[in-house]
Structures are given as C-alpha cells and as structure tokens.
Design a protein around this ligand. Structure first.
Ligand code: HEC
Length: 130
C-alpha cells in the first residue's frame, strides 16, 4: 500500500514538473514571436487594402506606421543584449527599408510592389534564422 502511495505521488509530481517545464518553454521568445505575429497581421491587412484600392486612406497610413514601429523593435528583440550578428542586423535593416518604402509609396501600384518587397524581406531572414 505504501509503495502504491509513493508511486502515485511520484507520478503526480513528475506530471507537475513536466507541465511547468512545458509552460516555461512555451513562454520563451514570447516577445519576438508577438512582434512577428503583429507584423504578419499588418502585412495581410496592407495587402487587403491594396486589393480594395485603399492606399491613401488614414487606415492605410496607420497600418504602415505600426509596421514601422514594430519593424524597428525586431532587431533588439531577436539579439541578446550586447550580441552582434552582422547578417541578422542586415536583414533587420532591409526590413526597415522595405517598410519605409511602403510608407512612401504614393499609390496602389507602388504600394503593391512595396508589399512584395516587404514579404521578401521577411522571407529572407526566415530562411536563415527562423
Ligand atoms: C531579422 C529577421 C526577421 C525578419 C526581418 C522577420 N522575421 Fe519573422 N521570425 C524571425 C525569427 C527568428 C522567428 C522565430 C522566432 C521564434 O520562434 O522564437 C520568426 C518567426 C515569425 C513568425 C512565427 C511566430 C510564432 O508565433 O512562432 C511569423 C508569423 C513571422 N516571423 C512573420 C514575419 C513577418 C510578416 C515579417 C516581415 C514583415 C517577418 N517575420 C520578418 C525573424 C525575422
């Protein structure tokens, strides 16, 4: 009987520890992943606005502005403090350039091209780092 109690107690403790570790692993990188998901959403919305021929609306500028802010936060979020990674920094810089080109695009034709460039900037970094 005592052995059975020990066995069940041990199994419960093991399960508790496993769940705790799984939670900690799940929270790791939560911040950069959150930034990525916001950019994913805004990229999709920018595409939808281009398809709806709404490229100079306040909504379109608001999305471009949010992309600019979030894209600016990507590099420090991915790099450990004091870490240097020339290639990653180059990809992050390309991302910021692509977002700036998007915001500067005067009409839907230019914006459509800029969206394609932007998604290439995302893919380029993902190929090496994701
Ligand atoms: C400088 C590199 C870099 C750039 C540029 C970049 N990403 Fe990422 N992205 C990553 C890395 C690294 C991960 C993996 C993060 C992790 O799982 O910890 C990732 C993961 C993601 C994910 C999965 C997030 C999740 O919940 O696991 C999405 C979605 C994403 N990126 C979207 C984008 C979009 C959209 C863009 C462009 C607007 C972009 N990324 C640009 C590096 C980048």
């Amino acid at each position: 009987m005592r052995y059975l109690v020990c066995l069940i107690g041990g199994a419960l403790l093991g399960a508790l520890i496993a769940v705790t570790i799984a939670n900690i692993l799940g929270q790791r990188n939560a911040y950069p992943r959150a930034l990525m998901n916001v950019m994913q959403h805004d990229l999709g919305q920018t595409r939808d606005l281009v398809h709806a021929a709404q490229c100079a609306t306040p909504e379109a500028s608001a999305v471009a502005e949010r992309l600019r802010i979030v894209a600016g936060a990507v590099e420090p979020a991915l790099l450990a403090p004091d870490a240097h990674d020339r290639v990653l920094s180059q990809y992050a810089s390309d991302l910021r350039d692509a977002v700036a080109a998007l915001a500067a695009a005067p009409d839907c034709a230019a914006r459509s091209q800029a969206v394609t460039q932007l998604s290439h900037a995302c893919d380029a970094c993902h190929r090496d780092y994701k």
